[in-house]
Design a binder for this molecule. Structure first.
Ligand code: KG4
Ligand code: ZN
Length: 390
């Protein structure tokens, strides 16, 4: 008989992760080996190093996930693996391992889109709560904002029978929101990845100090896509929501130049580089009020832009709930401001727990469950698809 147990494997970027989830609704284990210490000296993910780290970590991480779940390989119904989008070499480690494991165990292999995974991080925890009847399931259609280091996407999420459908209704035309956090943190001499640093330091600054304009955030949307794609015609009121986060990064850089902040930034960078495993709290004493205000204002501008466009799209599309996931969904200001506006509008909203906001494999195993039920098994030829879309 079916145990409902799926082993999920995720290696698309800089976390090697494995998890066991039962029936898409019960997390039995969730193990993540972070590569942050490997990449932080470079201020970003180095693809070649990421692949090597995945190769080093994959066996112990899977073993730990199985142990934590108290399961044997024979108990599994299927193996699920992220097939894209992501770094080609990084994806290949997880895919090769998952293929070999599925082959050796004679179990089905299920390919999961990383973005669908992020959505299922929320759906998994919603299902857990619903099972304990602590909460009714999220009303559908839901508008999902997937906001991470590589992605800023909006999807209208529906369910028909056991299978989920996703209609892409928004995207960024340049940088992802998380990328803006990472780049701004880097140019301000803070650590990697930048999101948690900015999140922590912004709490000490005045978010209204630097009035970043909407134009800086909206930037090149029209030029890149032409008025047809950027504009909303009466016939199709919400054709696509476009985000753009490269302009605000440039605006922050210009602000630091105008206010002669280069020396203090360089000082901060070198002091932090000398602290082993430096943390955001180490940076606080290295930031003057002007820097803290800049950080808080940057964060407020990004969060406000995400919030305005997401709620407008929800209204235009008739979404009956919201879900926000991906690394940037861990941001405290984002959670507070989205939650407040959702309450104002009487719209249910759901975030993943912090552990499931950033990359993990529980979301991959959960997303695979409906595919297992509908026998959507990966082809023997499955390979990495770095630009896979949802
Ligand atoms: O989902 P994720 O782990 O990986 C991708 O699929 O990209 O997201 C990582 C991103 C990074 O850009 C990181 O800076 C950002 O999520 N992030 C945050 C926070 N925690 C992580 N951004 C803002 N505030 C945070 N607290
Ligand atoms: Zn991700």
């Amino acid at each position: 008989g079916s145990s409902g147990l799926i082993l999920g494997i995720e290696s698309s970027c800089d976390e090697t992760a494995a998890a066991v989830v039962r029936g898409g609704a019960e997390m039995r284990s969730n193990v993540v080996a972070s590569q942050i210490p490997t990449h932080s000296p470079y201020g970003g993910v180095v693809p070649e190093l990421a692949s090597r780290e995945h190769l080093r970590n994959i066996v112990p991480v899977v073993r730990a996930a199985m142990e934590e779940a108290g399961a044997g390989f024979g108990d599994l119904d299927a193996i699920a693996v992220t097939s894209g989008p992501g770094l080609a070499g990084a994806l290949l480690v997880g895919i090769s391992y998952a293929k070999a494991l599925a082959f050796a165990l004679n179990k089905p292999l299920i390919a999961v889109n990383h973005l669908e995974g992020h959505i299922h991080a929320v759906l998994l925890e919603q299902a857990e709560l619903a099972a304990k009847s602590e909460q009714p399931p999220l009303p559908l259609p839901a508008l999902a904002l997937v906001v991470s280091g590589g992605h800023t996407h909006l999807y209208l999420v529906r369910k028909r029978g056991e299978s989920w459908s996703y209609r892409n209704v928004g995207r960024t035309v340049d940088d992802a929101a998380g990328e803006a956090f990472d780049k701004v943190a880097k140019l301000l001499g803070l650590g990697y990845p930048g999101g948690p640093w900015i999140d922590a330091l912004a709490a000490h600054g005045n978010p209204s100090a630097v009035p970043f304009s909407f134009a800086q955030i909206k930037a090149k949307a029209h030029r890149r896509d032409g008025p047809a794609a950027a504009g909303r015609s009466a016939a199709d009121p919400a054709a696509s929501t476009l985000f753009s986060f490269s302009g605000i990064k440039t605006a922050v850089l210009r602000y630091t130049q105008l206010h002669a902040m280069a020396e203090s930034i360089e000082h901060r960078r070198s002091v932090l580089a000398a602290i082993p495993d430096a943390r955001p709290s180490d940076a606080l004493a290295l930031c003057d009020q002007q820097a803290l205000d800049l950080i808080a204002s940057f964060q407020r501008a990004v969060v406000d832009d995400l919030r305005r466009k997401t709620f407008r799209a929800a209204e235009q599309l008739g979404a009956t709930s919201l879900l926000v996931s991906g690394g940037v969904a861990a941001n405290r200001e984002l959670r507070v401001r989205f939650t407040a506006e959702a309450a104002d509008r009487g719209l249910p909203i759901a975030f993943p727990s912090l552990a499931l906001s950033t990359d993990n494999a529980a979301m991959i195993a959960a997303a695979a469950w409906p595919k297992f039920l509908s026998k959507e098994i990966a082809a023997d030829e499955l390979s990495a698809d770095p630009t896979l879309s949802l």
